[in-house]
Design a protein around this ligand. Structure first.
Ligand code: ADP
Ligand code: SF4
Length: 691
């Protein structure tokens, strides 16, 4: 197949020090909420990437010592030899599928809180730790630095023993000691580890040299380095010290893995950075300075862009975290000329949110992500159908589309009915809002796949009644009828409608349908939901020329977006767009003269002059069809199931997952499904004799 589609350059092997990657697809380290807590789940997820064609598959950051305890987050751990077997699960799985395994060793300095170990926090200087907690890092003295070098060397030795092919020294995301030493904002030392760039780089150089010495030609040494902080002259810049670092170290590592920092800059969402390959301008100089291979990231999903970056000499290896999460089989699909089948990352960072919550990774586009081990799900394979023949899916939002597509893959005859003029439900509706255009990919990918299949019939303009559904005579019915936003203000802060009179009142559904509040005065957007949508709508309306006041019981706008690394950008962009943010206030009432907001703590009332209200509070599940079918025709159906937002309003990722789960569970023994939701990694009660 290689070469058939002009992407053969992407399938050339690349030598990385003593090892060789079979092609140019490189899954860079990324967090996943499994780590040392759920090692079998992590191994299975990484192994799936190797099966999907990635030539290198990396761990997430791996704590090398108890003084770098990242708990409660579930990262990898290599404190001593007791951690080796868990990591070996991954290397064996990855090797079995023909890929190289890489490990990102990390000492997180003052970014580690050490809540579990109660160890002192270490840093280049005396300074508060990285999170709001009354605790400080102490400036490492010479003996601390010697200890760190010894710990790193020992961790490299254990990594080799665990079977890794590539071992990282990690200076990125403003999360690790080598980078903390490098950046003057953290390093105010006056000894040979502070001051000049050479001095600030000394620790990194020592770690690289000692890691190489320890690995002794058995494994490659990679250096992950953030060349730019995206802070202009206030931080490290690719054109200045970033470049100087690459010049000073040039050929010392076997591989340069380059990006920007911090994490919110590296993993930007499409909402704030729609451009795939957005890091190229920062990292394109690196290959001119070193003769060693270079890997870079930037949400690469287009094979044309990937091939052109290799041809132009910008990258040797195409790095990916999120595109490999959305589609673990991306390399295979390019290799086999199945490019239309690629599930493109939409850049929503729901994957990141799981890590932030310490639960297994999930993905809006790929509902099998994180479920490889515990549910045995494969992103490309699903069991064939049982004895049932035909299924009807009503509603074509993310839940309905995913359910219909997977049922069709299983071999059922599938009928999909959609009331609206277009397929896509909320994926389509939300993609019409400012910044969310890429979210349409959720619908596009599934629609394309459905259209390829002969066993699928799809109808728009088909609002189904209970009688019509019953008349179709299809015994298996999945209702993905979605939800509508409440107009009356009920939500998290009040389960009953709010007293609003003589004031035009809009919902997110109105705005997504193209309506705009009158421009006779400000629109008060009441965000009691505190998810992403309130901020998106405020931005959308401001761009349409409306004066927007965003009031929320939260302390900040769109509090949820902290989990997707976006909150600071949300708040900044709203303020820059002229949106007035009123935090810590509840909507009390409204009438023709304006709205009354109540302070969340004191209840003190503040009057707001506005011409309309936009309620972003909570949603009403659309169960009318389900209720009618169950009441009037229940005995006619073998399966009658409510899925997606109609069953439980949540994220688009939740709706896709629900559609997928329903398709997988169809014709599965319900008792078995109920008895075991998924496999769990239970704590062994045996005395392991270690930490
Ligand atoms: P989800 O996120 O659960 O997929 P959405 O709100 O995105 O839900 O999509 C629900 C879809 O169901 C909408 O496109 C809506 O038009 C459609 N729908 C709702 N009721 C009916 C019905 N009675 N017949 C056909 N389609 C329906
Ligand atoms: Fe991409 Fe969103 Fe999936 Fe993360 S959750 S990989 S950002 S589609």
């Amino acid at each position: 197949m290689q070469g058939a589609n002009g992407y053969s350059i992407l399938f050339e092997p690349v030598k990385i020090g003593p090892v060789t990657a079979r092609n140019r697809f490189y899954q860079v380290p990324h967090c996943n909420g499994m780590g040392h807590v759920r090692p079998q789940a992590e191994a299975a997820m990484r192994t799936m990437k190797a099966e999907g064609g990635w030539a290198v598959v990396s761990t997430q950051e791996t704590e090398i010592h108890p003084t770098s305890d990242l708990g409660p987050y579930a990262e990898n751990r290599l404190w001593d030899e007791h951690d080796i077997p868990a990591l070996r699960l991954m290397t064996e799985g990855v090797h079995d599928k023909g890929a190289l395994a890489a490990i990102q060793l990390a000492h997180n300095g003052h970014h580690a809180t050490n809540h579990l170990t109660r160890a002192p926090v270490l840093g280049p200087s005396d300074m508060p730790i990285d999170t709001p907690f009354p605790k400080q890092a102490r400036a490492m003295d010479k003996s601390d630095i010697r200890d760190l070098r010894r710990w790193h060397r020992a961790a490299a030795r254990r990594a080799k023993e665990a079977g890794f092919d590539i071992v990282y020294v990690y200076a990125g995301h403003q999360m690790t000691l080598p980078q903390h030493f490098l950046l003057p904002q953290y390093n105010n030392r006056s000894d040979e580890y502070g001051g000049s760039l050479e001095n600030r780089l000394r620790l990194t150089r020592e770690l690289l040299e000692e890691t190489r010495e320890e690995l002794d030609g058995h494994c490659a040494v990679a250096f992950r380095f953030a060349v730019d902080q995206m802070a202009g002259p206030d931080g490290m810049q690719a054109r200045e010290e970033g470049r100087a670092v690459v010049e000073l170290l040039a050929d010392l590592p076997d591989l340069w893995d380059v990006n920007v920092s911090d994490w919110s800059n590296d993993s930007q969402t499409t909402r704030f950075q729609p451009q795939d390959g957005f890091q190229v301008p920062y990292i394109e100089f690196v290959k001119q300075v070193t003769s060693k291979p270079v890997v870079g990231v930037g949400r690469f999903t287009s094979p044309d862009l990937m091939a052109s970056l290799v041809k132009k000499g910008v990258l040797d290896l195409i790095g990916a975290a999120r595109p490999s999460i959305a589609d673990p089989f991306l390399p295979k699909k390019i290799e086999e000329d199945r490019i239309d089948e690629i599930r493109e990352c939409i850049g929503c960072n729901i994957c990141v949110s799981a890590d932030m919550l310490g639960v297994p990774i999930r993905c809006t586009q790929n509902p099998t992500m994180g479920e490889e081990w515990r549910r045995g799900w494969h992103p490309e394979v699903i069991a064939s159908k049982g004895h049932e023949e035909h299924a009807l899916v009503v509603g074509s939002g993310p839940a309905g589309l995913e359910c219909a597509m997977q049922l069709a893959k299983r071999g059922y005859d599938v009928t999909l009915a959609e009331a609206g003029k277009e397929f896509g439900g909320r994926a389509l509706r939300e993609s019409r809002l400012k910044g969310l255009a890429a979210w349409k990919r959720v619908a596009d990918n599934r629609l394309w796949q459905l259209q390829q299949r002969a066993n699928v019939q799809m109808f728009t303009d088909s609002p189904m009644t209970a009688e019509e559904v019953a008349d179709l005579g299809i015994p298996n019915v999945f209702l993905a009828t979605g939800s509508q936003w409440h107009r009356d203000g009920r939500g998290r802060s009040s389960l009953t409608p709010l007293p609003v009179q003589d004031m035009p009142c809009f919902t997110p559904d109105d705005i997504m349908a193209g309506e705009l509040p009158p421009d006779s005065g400000p629109v008060l957007l009441y965000d009691d939901d505190q998810g992403y949508l309130g901020g998106v709508l405020a931005d959308h309306l401001a761009a349409a020329g409306r004066k927007v006041i965003l009031a929320t019981p939260g302390a900040v706008a769109s509090a949820f977006t902290d989990l997707t690394l976006e909150q600071a950008r949300v708040q900044t962009s709203l303020l820059q767009a002229g949106v007035e943010i009123v935090p810590l206030h509840l909507l009390h009432s409204a009438d023709a003269t304006g709205a009354a907001l109540a302070c969340a703590y004191t209840g003190r009332i503040r009057q707001i002059s506005c011409a309309s209200l936009l309620m972003v509070t909570s949603r009403q599940r659309d169960t009318a069809l389900f209720d009618a079918l169950r009441a009037d025709y229940g005995d006619r159906f073998t399966t009658l199931e409510l899925i997606g937002d109609a069953a439980s309003p949540g994220l688009i990722a939740d709706a896709v997952f629900a559609g997928h789960l329903a398709a997988r569970n169809f014709e599965r023994d319900p008792a078995a499904a109920d008895a075991e939701w998924f496999r769990r990694e239970l704590i062994s009660l045996n005395d392991m004799g270690g930490a």
